[in-house]
Design a protein around this ligand. Structure first.
Ligand code: TRP
Length: 443
């Protein structure tokens, strides 16, 4: 018998652990900041509802009913060596590429946690705080070191298995994450910038929204819900057939969205209190925030709590990415899970080295004008994930079709709602994604 999560809560925590990651705490706030806040938030929410949630349900359904790894799950629902296994194979490749740069960023976070713990940010000049990240970029050795530590943690968790590794650690780290975020939210509430932060995120100013903002919102709805590369298929394959997919999917999408919004609220409260620029870009949590922590009362504690929060979020996502190739290879080639975990971990460490060196040694080495780090990021977020998502939605909506959808929504009485869901999966979601791909291609 295949291992299963021991409870529904365990699955929700694991899937939410996968979804809630750097996407929520690092990417979402800086994207919203750059795109003028409220208007971007509204588009993002719409994308989660129309594109993200239906594809999340599709992936969980395929996993739960296929009861196997990314590729074999499709075979089990269709036929042996089905060509529908293609999105599964794409997922395995995407997982390797995503984890390569994700682990490098995970390493930066560990470095900032280390600095917050052992250096006194408040004794550093603003220029010194500002230069922590660029200095880290220049220092190939340090990056490789932190990348190695982060990857080792990920491998250790996955090595222990679905129940003793993934489930156990998500049960500890996810409540820990919610707790720290709660404390930070209370702190943010006492800051002068809280009101402004609230207005910034929830009062839309559509004149600030650009075409890039629209496209980014669609791409990000994939990334933040861990969609398009069979993560949720793999996690869903450990879900017993008794559980209701729509319920868990809604829980996960809701948690993921709330956490992104709260993280944004906390970060912008700090930013506005100190009159800084919300358009800090990718440096927002690594440059803007530490500069503020250095000046704030209780900043040391806040910095430690904040980077611990991000560490937890990044780890629970990274393990879900590694689980995709590990589950696939151990089942497909019947190799022991332990061996595969170590082999994949080492392999991805080395593909990650290319990303870590993109900022220093290999700075001038580019493919299509992108260094390895950006290439892996863009190739997955802009292409592999959306195309994977379209294929998965098509398989679920057209190939499995009405029968699967009726089964998914068996607890729902309303015929109209079922029809709406069917056509969202069949047309709205894939077309939404296709339009974005097309615009990206001509832009
Ligand atoms: N969703 C995670 C985040 O927001 C990242 C992630 C985990 C992911 N698994 C994934 C992204 C699969 C794309 C595909 O940080």
């Amino acid at each position: 018998m295949r291992v299963h999560w021991s409870s529904r809560i365990a699955f929700v925590l694991a899937a939410a652990g996968s979804a809630i990651g750097l996407g929520n705490i690092w990417k979402f706030p800086y994207m919203a900041g750059e795109q003028g806040g409220g208007a971007f938030v509204i588009v993002y929410l719409a994308c989660i509802l129309i594109i993200g949630l239906p594809i999340l349900i599709a992936e969980m359904y395929i996993g739960q009913n296929g009861q196997a790894n990314a590729v074999t799950a499709f075979d089990n629902l269709d036929k042996k060596n089905s060509i529908w296994g293609i999105p599964g194979y794409m997922g395995v490749i995407a997982a390797i590429l995503i984890l390569s740069f994700y682990s490098v960023v995970g390493g930066w976070i560990l470095n900032f946690e280390y600095v917050s713990l052992f250096n006194n940010l408040s004794e550093m000049s603003p220029e010194q705080v500002e230069s922590i990240l660029p200095d880290l970029f220049d220092n190939a050795g340090a990056q490789l070191f932190w990348h190695a530590i982060f990857m080792s943690l990920v491998v250790a968790i996955v090595y222990a298995g679905v129940k003793d590794g993934l489930e156990r650690w998500n049960k500890v780290l996810m409540p820990g994450l919610l707790f720290i975020l709660g404390i930070l939210l209370v702190k943010a509430f006492t800051l002068d910038g809280f009101g402004e932060s609230l207005a910034f995120l929830f009062k839309p100013d559509f004149s600030k929204l650009t075409a890039t903002g629209l496209l980014d919102a669609v791409g990000h709805s994939f990334f933040t819900l861990s969609l398009g590369m069979a993560t949720m298929i793999t996690y869903g394959s450990y879900l017993s057939k008794k559980e209701s997919v729509p319920k868990v999917a809604i829980n996960v999408a809701f948690l993921d969205t709330v956490i992104a919004l709260v993280a944004g609220l906390v970060i912008f409260s700090i930013v506005f209190t100190f009159g800084l620029d919300p358009e800090g870009g990718p440096g927002l949590i690594f440059i803007t925030l530490p500069k503020l922590f250095a000046q704030m009362a209780g900043g040391k504690f806040l910095a430690i709590a904040f980077f611990l929060l991000v560490t937890f979020a990044a780890l629970t996502s990274a393990v879900s990415i590694l689980e995709v190739p590990v589950c696939f290879m151990s089942e497909k080639f019947k190799i022991s899970r332990h061996k595969v975990t170590l082999a994949c971990g080492i392999f991805i460490y080395f593909t990650g080295v290319l990303c870590a060196l993109s900022f220093n040694v290999l700075k001038d080495f580019t493919i299509l004008g992108l260094n390895f780090f950006d290439l892996f990021d863009k190739a997955t977020a802009n292409w592999l994930l959306p195309i994977g998502g379209i294929l998965i939605a098509t398989f679920y909506g057209w190939k499995l079709g009405r029968k699967a959808i009726n089964e998914t929504l068996k607890d729902i009485k309303s015929k109209a709602l079922k029809e709406l869901f069917l056509w969202t999966v069949r047309l709205m979601a894939p077309i939404g994604v296709l339009v974005v791909l097309f615009v990206k291609l001509v832009m």
